[in-house]
Design a protein around this ligand. Sequence first.
Ligand SMILES: Nc1ncnc2c1ncn2[C@@H]1O[C@H](COP(=O)(O)OP(=O)(O)O)[C@@H](O)[C@H]1O
Ligand SMILES: [Mg+2]
Length: 379
Amino acid sequence: MLPTGKRLGVGSELNVEDFGRVVLGHELGEGGMGIVYRGWLYYDPRGRFAGREPHPVAIKVLHPLLRGRDRAQKMFRREAEALRRLAHPNVVHFFALTEDQGHLALVMELVHGEPLSSIIARAVAARPSPYAPCIPFLLAWHYFAQLLGALAAVHELGILHRDVKPANVLVRPDGVVKLTDFGIARIPTADMSATGGLAPGTGAYMSPEAVRGEPQDARSDLYSAAIVLYEMLTGRTPFDRPERSELMVRAAQLDEAAEPVTALVPSAPAVLDVLMARALAKTAALRPSNAIELGEAFRSALDLPETAGWQAQQEFAALARTVSGLELPAVPETQPDLAPADLAPPPEPIAPADPAAERAEELRRDVVNAFTTQPIRQP
Ligand SMILES: Nc1ncnc2c1ncn2[C@@H]1O[C@H](COP(=O)(O)OP(=O)(O)O)[C@@H](O)[C@H]1O
Ligand SMILES: [Mg+2]
């Protein structure tokens, strides 16, 4: 928790290199990594975005202990640049990472919506019967398909989210989902003892390899995404219990089997249990290998129609590398910090071929249009 004396008040300003400055408004919320404020971005009248109108943003001031080491911050910025080019409609747009007056802050798109975690909490309280899923199957798929679409595209770029959980899935009132907090688990704590020496992440959603501090890949994010689906349907995550500590939850990720969904939601088809067991396999090699495959498996298990929105997600993911125009070289996970000089400069962006850029723009519209229609009223 940030000491109150260190909190930035309404009207505080932070300089954002290359952009201008942000002025902070009221607090939107506080999470494990810092405090999120509403705010405004004012472009520097002499900078490269001169003349643009100021616009509303969300500013996440990171906890003072999150002092990104140089290499971690560099990788974070490079991934953020690739995500900016990708401009996936289900990913919160990221403007800048800034360090000013001793504060490290992220400037991003302001989403008018609420986290999926609140929607789940409300659905649990209003569950119509102990046989029914907390969030109806069709609505759960509506959220899940957008989460998977975002993951499918960014995984194509070699980018991992690393902290997939309902608190990072923001849902607008029109039903469009925005995944936020990409890669910020990369910015490590300067002092690991502050977290009891634990790797960053939220135990209830962490893959076994993340718990062990081993290298992760797309299947680690997919494991977490499957837990999000499990929670939407059953109202709880498979491994946390009120009496368990964070450490016990993480330990359970390693060797405990999740209770079958049908034991908690009797109206769910049995095939869902098979599928969930595969998605939550302790060994990554046994899980579905990509987000589209995972989505297709659930869609057919639940006998849901192949929608235009889900098709657009698949096509967008297939275009992701071309659209972002950035090839990110793979960087080994467990390597210790390197001197900045050891890092190759980011490759020059390749301008996307016009037909691909145009198709991508169409697909962005298709995704938003398709998912703007609510299949069922939100709880
Ligand atoms: N881009 C955004 N736009 C609007 N609200 C946001 C945004 N990002 C985060 N928030 C709000 O701030 C709260 C805290 O965010 P965060 O620090 O990411 O929490 P957590 O660690 O739980 O993910 C979120 O629950 C959400 O309500
Ligand atoms: Mg978050």
